[in-house]
Design a protein around this ligand. Sequence first.
Ligand SMILES: [Zn+2]
Length: 197
Amino acid sequence: MARGIYQRDPIIRETRRQAQLARWRNPVMREKMLTALLSHPPRRWNKGMKMDILKYPNWGLRGKHHPGQPGCRKGSKASIETREKLRKSHQGNRHYNWRGGKTSLPKRIRRLQEYNRWRVSILQRDNNRCVNCGNQNRLHVDHKISLGTLIEQFLAAHNYFDPHLNKEELVKAAYNWKPFWDIANGRTLCPRCHRDR
Ligand SMILES: [Zn+2]
């Protein structure tokens, strides 16, 4: 066979695959091929690997040259619209790892984009130093009024929502509740000063 990179007609490829499968199904040919396989030393990468070609007829057929096989879309990029659709179709209860929306409200609030903005703006205001001792490593952003207290106040102000049944509404409301995002309520502390505060 000639060496080099060349494209093979998918029909010819399929014909060859079927022919090879037929050889494996033929008991005489199978015996011969197995003897040939066993007489060859195995390649280092699949040393000791036994693959039943009848059980896995598509074994080894991977990547973009094998339409419909695993990895057939390798190297191709979906359009922005398609990516947006894929994102939407894997969100929430459509995600394989969805556990029924059991993340607690405090965790949901800490994961909001607004929470990260709040945190980063405090670090910037305090020049990325512990306000107590000036340490610059592994900084925490401390709530002067604790987040738990804030959430209690927040729930009291939104008592027409049930904390369990209306969690999504509460998360949306938290985004617009000013006391959570008050920069004056935060300060930068190092882990030691945070622990001993
Ligand atoms: Zn400190």
